[in-house]
Design a protein around this ligand. Structure first.
Ligand SMILES: Cc1cc2nc3c(=O)[nH]c(=O)nc-3n(C[C@H](O)[C@H](O)[C@H](O)COP(=O)(O)OP(=O)(O)OC[C@H]3O[C@@H](n4cnc5c(N)ncnc54)[C@H](O)[C@@H]3O)c2cc1C
Length: 540
């Protein structure tokens, strides 16, 4: 048995921030992580993303429950299981939400989480050398503009202006609406995960211990207080005790799972699995939110506009040399190279549609239904471009529940995409906006046609069918142990679990609502703020 001031469970985006910040002042910290060190070379090469998305050792191998919203398909649902967690396998996009996202959190009783409260933490975590209004330049997390801007981007920007939308030089600047190139959690040629930004530089401290290859089994609660965490490591079980707090940062799937395994969750569900019910909390595992992406394909007139030829055959080794020698080229690319945020209905305060894309298109193969599937990673022989359209603030809410009381078993993940009429019509508006954009005059002679779904889908019914049958996760699950001012919210606004002392949750689970962005930068900011809250509470 070992004892620390703080026991943090999960060494992902949030857990790495906490391990670093909580150990800064000399407190003893244990970081428990199911995965191991981030030695795999593909983690560190930005384009390696496509190679490790479902890696059996680096990810949890989750699949969703099939439902009507996805044409009864079960989808891959990758989550990182390695130092850095999902920040080691993600698409490197570094994006802030819309200020109103966080102001809405505050209005839901999350006092201290409005935009003005969180902006200092967005600045604190990042180091964006290009600077700019509201940007941070001295934080642990390096952020860079694209190392290489593909030539088609300038034409896409012209087309954006032609349809009456703005173009922004800084996607994280004060104006969040419109078209911009992505910023990446990258330094030079390499990905910088939360592990590389926060954890590894802190591991020299004698008061921080990383206990990896260790599966957290349950939280030990003694007399209403979280006293430690039971773990399994190398076949043996042990308890890691916490003098001050246990902090769960096991992610939007792992944190609710671990709470339920500890008897904290919907009472009926736990009892049906034969688990003792310590706290009946129906809010745990509820409120699952995610972005649902629908990919459109376009044919381009010439190879100079597309990277398809550069990422296959004899040209690929040249890109490897370029990456090694100059630190740019397609190996520094992410799946999203540019993004368009737009409002597609009157009266909205924030964009309701995000369209990401890159000048690469993937081969198709027969799908389960009417539409072919994409073979992501296998480029088409002809030049092409892909757009991914998603709704920014879906109304649909899913669940994470236990499939078994066995901590090693995957939980049931039911995202319930497109469950409401509002979500379905919003996605249709987004798909029609993408079509309008790509058929704008500045792209004449460059975009020669839509290949996917193409003329097979003209009516709303066809487009919706395409969305259901071919869409997938953008990998942004959140909200499953939300904070809020209402009694059903499992956490208070200091991220403390209601009814159990010494227990906090700090990761994407705590979001009351999904923000209008790719969510990693928000997770880092939440964790930075949580570290301050924990320090404040320790001072009393
Ligand atoms: C494929 C992919 C692409 C993405 N692309 C982007 C992007 O481009 N931009 C962006 O902003 N966001 C992106 N995201 C989302 C973003 O990376 C995540 O939202 C963020 O990393 C979540 O951080 P977290 O701390 O909540 O959880 P995670 O980073 O997932 O960390 C949870 C950690 O807890 C560990 N853990 C879980 N359960 C246990 C247990 N029982 N015992 C021990 N350890 C446990 C896990 O192994 C993991 O290391 C992407 C995510 C994925 C998966």
């Amino acid at each position: 048995m070992s004892e620390f001031d703080y026991v943090v469970v999960g060494g992902g985006s949030a857990g790495c921030v906490l391990a670093s910040r909580l150990s800064e002042g000399g407190a003893t910290v244990a970081l428990i992580e199911a995965g191991g060190p981030d030695r795999h070379p593909w983690i560190h090469i930005p384009a390696g993303y496509a190679k490790i998305l479902t890696h059996p050792r680096l990810t949890w191998g989750y699949r969703t429950e099939p439902d009507a919203g996805t044409g009864n398909r079960a989808l891959d649902y990758p989550r990182g299981r390695v130092w850095g967690g999902s920040s080691s396998i993600n698409g490197l996009g570094h994006v802030r939400g819309h200020p109103s996202d966080y102001d809405l959190w505050a209005q839901k009783g999350c006092t201290g989480w409005g935009w003005d409260d969180l902006l200092p933490y967005f600045r604190k975590h990042e180091s964006f050398a290009a600077g700019g209004e509201g940007r941070g330049t001295g934080g642990p997390q390096p952020v860079e503009h694209l190392a290489e801007v593909p030539p088609v981007v300038a034409k896409l920007a012209e087309a954006v202006r032609a349809i009456g939308l703005p173009v922004q030089a800084d996607m994280n600047g004060p104006e969040r609406e419109g078209f911009s190139t992505f910023q990446q959690t990258r330094q030079g040629r390499r990905r910088v995960s939360a592990a590389r930004a926060y954890l590894v530089p802190s591991m020299r401290r004698p008061n921080l211990r990383v206990i990896d290859h260790a599966l957290a089994l349950r939280i030990i609660v003694e007399e209403g207080r979280a006293a430690g965490v039971a773990i399994r490591r190398g076949g043996a079980e042990e308890v890691v005790r916490a003098r001050r707090e246990v902090v769960l940062s096991a992610g939007a799937i792992g944190s609710p799972q671990l709470l339920m395994l500890s008897g904290i969750g919907p009472g009926g569900h736990l009892a049906a699995l034969g688990l003792p019910v310590l706290r009946d909390m129906p809010g745990i595992g509820a409120n699952l939110q995610d972005h649902y992406i629908v990919r459109l394909g376009y044919r381009l007139a010439e190879h100079r506009w597309s990277a398809n030829r550069r990422i296959a055959g004899w040209r690929l080794p040249l890109e490897v040399l370029r990456w090694a020698a100059r630190g740019d080229g397609v190996l520094t690319w992410s799946p999203g190279m540019f993004s368009l945020f737009a409002r597609t209905a009157p009266g909205l305060e924030a964009p309701d549609i995000q369209i990401n894309g890159g000048p690469v298109s993937w081969a198709e193969e027969a799908g389960s239904g009417r539409w072919p599937s994409l073979r992501i990673g296998l480029p088409e022989a002809q030049p092409g471009l892909t757009l991914g359209v998603w709704q920014c603030r879906p109304e649909s809410r899913g669940t994470v529940t236990l499939a078994s009381p066995d901590p090693a078993a995957a939980p049931r993940i039911a995202p319930r995409y497109l469950a409401t009429e509002g979500d379905r019509t919003c996605v249709l508006r987004g798909l029609r906006l993408a079509r309008r954009w790509l058929s704008a005059a500045p792209l004449a002679g460059i975009v020669t046609g839509e290949t996917r779904p193409g003329p097979r889908a003209e009516t709303d019914a066809d487009l919706l069918d395409f969305a259901r049958e071919t869409g997938g996760t953008v990998y942004h699950p959140c909200g499953t142990v939300r904070m809020g001012g209402d009694p059903l919210a499992p956490l208070d606004a200091r991220l403390r679990l209601r009814g159990v002392a010494g227990l906090r949750v700090v990761d994407a689970s705590v979001f009351p609502d999904i923000p209008v962005c790719n969510i990693n930068a928000t997770v880092l900011s939440v964790a930075e703020k949580a570290a301050d809250l924990i320090h404040e509470d320790a001072r009393g």
